[in-house]
Design a protein around this ligand. Structure first.
Ligand code: G1P
Length: 299
């Protein structure tokens, strides 16, 4: 008899950051609401959670984040208007997302770090495993990235982090792991057992080129680990540091996921994501491609 592994039903979305990389656009608007084509960043993450079987969403918001709450609420006026104008497709698009999720909000009054943000969700998560999704990391994948992590979680019942190889000159923008490959049926070379984690190391101190990307499956013991973690890099309470503490008590795994990740919290990454997502859209792709070609960027 195998050990019962608790199902993951909830996903936490930290969304209380100040979005300084995108000022002035983010002065009055949360960066999670920046649109990629016509959907806010956070909606891509929420749709990934839904596609992975997770429907309970916890959003950790901060000052000026009411736009997020409004976005996932029912908008009676808007729905009425679309109905009266017979705009069925738009009506369905506006309704779909609030119909599919059950969303709760908790406030992070001060931006004291990712670990601190996750800790704010403690009461809403309770004693269950949960996912964490960072909306900045937009991942286009044949199998949703969270689903890939869940497949590994369902084997070990332990925390699982998304990993990606990054070039040495970019490594200090990430949490970085020391890890060894873990044999795993059907995912050879993609699953790792993590031995150490360092938040934003200098290139010479980085334990590998495997960076943590913003998708995590965590177990509820991470909350106590965060509580006992002092401020680290940038004087913030880092989730990476808390996981490093937790590693003393239990194994933690990583998955080098299959898919293309965009750093949509960065201007260049955001533009790249915009272009690639627009090209894939059946209603826009053709015209957009023709226009891009008319720019004659490659001779
Ligand atoms: C956060 C985490 C970091 C991780 C990164 C992924 O950093 O602290 O460990 O590698 O997300 O995007 P941030 O980008 O918020 O500074």
């Amino acid at each position: 008899m195998g050990v019962m592994i608790a199902p993951v039903r909830k996903a936490v979305f930290p969304a209380a950051g100040l979005g300084t990389r995108f000022l002035p656009a983010t002065k009055a608007m949360p960066k999670e609401m920046l649109p990629l084509v016509d959907k806010p960043l956070i909606q891509y993450g929420i749709e990934e959670a839904i596609a992975s079987g997770i429907h309970h969403i916890v959003i950790v918001t901060g000052r000026g984040k009411t736009a997020i709450e409004d976005h996932f609420d029912v908008s009676f006026e808007l729905e009425h208007l679309l109905e009266s104008r017979n705009k069925r497709e738009l009506l369905a698009a506006v309704r779909a997302i609030s119909d599919m999720i059950d969303v709760a909000y908790v406030r992070q009054k001060e931006a004291l770090g990712l670990g601190h943000a996750v800790l704010r969700a403690k009461d809403l998560v309770g004693q269950e495993p949960f996912a964490v999704v960072l909306s900045d990391d937009v991942i286009d994948a044949p199998v949703p990235c969270l689903r890939q992590l869940l497949d590994v979680y369902e084997t070990y019942g332990a925390p699982v982090l998304a990993l990606m190889e990054v070039p040495a000159e970019q490594i200090s923008a990430y949490g970085v792991v020391a890890a060894e490959p873990q044999p795993h049926a059907g995912m050879d070379g993609l699953v790792f057992r993590i031995h150490d984690l360092v938040e934003k190391p200098s290139p010479q101190d980085a334990p590998s080129n495997l960076a943590i990307i913003g998708r995590y499956i965590l177990t509820p013991d991470v909350f106590a680990a965060i509580e006992s973690t002092p401020p680290g890099r940038n004087n913030e309470i880092q989730l990476t540091d808390a996981l490093r503490n937790l590693l003393r008590e239990r194994p933690i795994y990583g998955v080098r996921f299959t898919g293309k990740r965009f750093d949509a919290g960065d201007k260049l990454g955001f533009l790249q994501a915009t272009v690639e997502f627009a090209l894939k859209r059946p209603d826009l792709g053709g015209a957009f491609r023709a226009w891009l070609e008319s720019l004659r960027l490659c001779w």
